[in-house]
Design a protein around this ligand. Structure first.
Ligand code: SF4
Ligand code: SF4
Length: 221
């Protein structure tokens, strides 16, 4: 666990951070990713989300894989090889974002890495920092997938079927089948069934992926 310096911060809290690219913080971290982040990274590399999950993630696509010495696979000599499409946690570090099931949002300021050369100040605002880091589409995507998970839990808990699996098992089934994390695989099935073209942009794909997941959850026997 990374020590927390301050928590329960909101977007107006004074905060600024200037990273000096010393590359130390891309080691020994578990970088969690959602389907949108996987799709951005896959597009960056020119491969499908299916191939990305197989080559670059662990735990059914939930975390980025690391090298044997726990360095992120995307850390090159000159820095992050996928910088333009890096995940949200990488964009926000040393800030962490939290959202609860009611949609309440707050932030924590984490203790920077030992030897981190970044300059942390109590000036500016978290809002400005989020903008500088291009975090908005990532936060919207995170909210959408979190809402989906909360709704899936509610739908599955309310399913009136003695034979139904528990919500956790249902969720694990979607995860293991790849439909939850593998956007391209899910859309291939969804579009083929409906004779629809697969959208091109990651944002359009994400919207259709969310629609498909909501539908599949509701269609559960
Ligand atoms: S350790 Fe600090 S200065 Fe170095 S790359 Fe990470 S955030 Fe930037
Ligand atoms: S994706 Fe890039 S910024 Fe994030 S941990 Fe890996 S190398 Fe570092």
């Amino acid at each position: 666990m990374i020590p927390v310096l301050r928590t329960k911060l909101d977007r107006q809290t004074p905060f600024s951070f200037s990273c000096k690219q010393c590359l130390q913080c891309c080691n020994a971290k578990k970088i969690q990713v959602n389907p949108y982040e996987i799709a951005r990274l896959a597009r960056n590399l020119g491969i499908s989300t299916t191939a990305f999950i197989a080559r670059y993630t662990v735990e059914n696509g939930s975390f980025l894989q690391t090298t044997h010495n726990k360095t992120c696979l995307f850390l090159g000599d000159g820095g992050c090889l996928v910088h333009a499409d890096r995940p949200l946690v990488c964009r926000l570090y040393p800030l962490a974002r939290h959202v609860n099931h009611k949609g309440d949002e707050w932030f924590s300021e984490l203790q920077p890495e030992t030897g981190c050369r970044g300059i942390l100040k109590r000036s500016g605002s978290i809002e400005n920092y989020l903008e500088e880091q291009g975090a908005t589409p990532y936060m919207l995507a995170a909210n959408s997938y979190l809402n989906l998970l909360w709704e899936m839990m509610t739908i599955l808990e309310n399913t009136d079927n003695d034979d139904k699996e528990s919500p956790d098992e249902e969720m694990n089934t979607l995860l293991e089948n790849g439909q939850l994390m593998d956007m391209d695989a899910a859309l291939n099935i969804y579009c083929q069934e409906r004779e629809l073209p697969v959208p091109h942009s990651v944002e359009e794909k994400m919207q259709m992926h969310l629609d498909a997941l909501y539908l599949w959850t509701k269609e559960k026997p």
